[in-house]
Design a protein around this ligand. Structure first.
Ligand code: PEP
Length: 268
């Protein structure tokens, strides 16, 4: 069984005012209080609610992330938020290349790479999102699209960085649609992602480092389907949208992560 980190991350998208964020963050923090063998729990609010979430998880093991960031430290980039601004708040994770950023806000494989380099430089744990559209899946392009996205994201990234990078496979057709990717198929694609990473670092003799990269599945994960996903060897956790917006749905997902942590500890 794996020694990789188990991660349950909740992407709140453009939901939750500061007040709502405070309520949800405190409910999650209260829900994990005193629990052992927890997965890494990450709340990812919109920028304006980050501080409120951070204030309300203080003293708990819950981490807070951002949904995006610019790769520059400051400058004339109206509407952008820099890594320095995030770390100053106490943010420790950042989503990079979420499909909604790619679809609606012009994110490209090149800007994903810029953001990944900046995240590493500023000691933020990056969750790099990749995944195919429905058209690409139906045209048999899933593996090639995902491989290309992973290779572009990791261009010029040193092997040591594999110790902190997290990759999430989020098929676009499964996000917010209620159509979860079958666990066997998600496991297969994540296996391809791990093989791609190993291949990319083969030349410098570091292909074994791919084994340490936590790989998450995301796309309509909810309490009724997470256990099947988490039972698969390549699925180290979940990136969750809709079901992270209510504590009563998110806490059972954390429980499923906790079960995976316990199972892996019992097999050491
Ligand atoms: C997401 O926003 O990353 C996501 C996976 O959303 P949902 O769980 O709602 O499909």
């Amino acid at each position: 069984m794996t020694k990789r980190k188990t991660i349950i991350a909740g992407n709140w998208k453009m939901f939750k005012t500061r007040k709502e964020a405070a309520e949800l963050a405190s409910a999650v923090a209260a829900g994990v209080k005193g629990e052992k063998d927890l997965p890494e729990v990450v709340l990812i609010p919109p920028f304006t609610s980050i501080e409120s979430a951070i204030n309300n998880v203080k003293g708990s093991p819950v981490a807070v992330g951002a949904q995006n960031m610019d790769w520059r430290e400051n400058g004339a980039f109206t509407g952008e938020v820099s890594p320095v601004m995030l770390t100053e708040l106490g943010v420790t994770y950042v989503l990079i290349g979420h499909s909604e950023r790619r679809q609606f806000f012009g994110e490209t494989n090149g800007t994903v790479n810029n953001r990944l380099k900046a995240a590493l430089e500023h000691k933020l744990t990056p969750i790099v999102c990749v995944g195919e559209t429905l058209d690409e899946r139906e045209s048999g392009l899933t593996d090639s699209v995902v491989r290309r996205q992973v290779a572009a994201a990791l261009a010029d990234i040193p092997a040591e960085a594999l110790a902190v990078i997290v990759v999430a496979y989020e098929p676009v057709w499964a996000i917010g649609t209620g159509k979860v990717c079958e666990a066997d198929e998600a496991n297969r694609v994540l296996g391809q992602i791990r093989a791609t990473i190993a291949d990319l670092y083969k030349e410098c003799g570091n292909s074994e480092l791919a084994e340490n990269v936590p790989l998450l599945y995301g796309g309509s994960v909810k309490p009724s389907n997470i256990e099947e996903q988490m039972a698969k060897p390549e699925i180290d956790g979940a990136l969750v949208g809709g079901a992270s917006l209510k504590a009563e749905e998110f806490l059972p997902l954390i429980k499923a992560g906790q079960k995976r942590v316990k199972d892996s500890l019992s097999k050491v």
